[in-house]
Design a binder for this molecule. Sequence first.
Ligand code: C5P
Length: 324
Amino acid sequence: MFMGNTDYSKAYMSGYGEPRGRTAYAKAHAKINLTLEVGRARGDGYHTVSMIMQSLRLWDDVEIELLKDGENRVECNIPFLKADTRNLAYRAVLLMEERFGLKQPVFMQIRKKIPIASGLAGGSADAAAALRAMNKLFSLRLSTDELMKIGAEIGSDVPFCLLGGTALATGRGEIVTPLRAFPMTCVILVKPDFSVSTPWAYQQFDLEGPQPAPDVDRFLKAVESRRIESLQPEMINMLERPVSREHPEIPEIKGRLLALGADAASMSGSGPTVYGLFRDGDAARAALMELRRVYPRRYTILMTNTENPRYQQRDPWLAPDTGA
Ligand code: C5P
């Protein structure tokens, strides 16, 4: 169970014995989509989107070490993530080398804790962390804005992953505007044992008839009003319905999360992860135990919470009857 508080990354990364070169470490936070509106197909292979993104207290560790000589190397605790350009973090390293004429080889270690191909932006978060680590390691002094421009060349979600916290992403997802931090909330993630390809999810969307779109202003007003229970009707992900046609497990998990006391639940990104938001930590822990009992072991079920790394603030939901 991932409870969020223990940062065991350093223990993992600091190998004993061998002398090491200069290193830079960066955290790669997972995200969920609180809303996801899809608009028209743009003709360049992308759709216009408008989505509220939220970072989670669940992260991969990315560490990059300068090597004296030899070739770039990548190591990951998940063996099939190889050092080739399908690995977004490695693509980030190559892009930085090319853009800034960096000649010295590096050794990148990735410890993955974010489930892969799950709609939680794990690959994009690793790429964002690799950009930040390369920026530090080679003392490039690039601003977050400059890194976000480079990140957009790697993937639509990378700029948000560089910014983190709560933000509105528009364009194809690469134009990111910070929003007031979403209150700290328990999050339960349920990932069934299949993956969803993002291009496929968007193709399914194109085949779908008209459907309701989320309203960002109404969503933000619901947050302001501090009534978490009023969020559910606003928490619309327009990829959820088309993806669910092929994967009925998704609405089934969502229904179960709500029945187990989630204040709101939705699919994240192009899925298949479904999350539930719980204001009450005890209710979330009870739901976690029940979900682990009913779903097969192949399902990944984690408990974490929303996090706003830019603010370091703690702003939990207040019960509506406190009058606060
Ligand atoms: O940007 P990224 O590489 O993550 O996108 C993967 C694929 O998802 C795109 O090639 C496209 O098929 C689809 N996509 C889309 N509209 C977006 C983002 C992604 O159609 N806004």
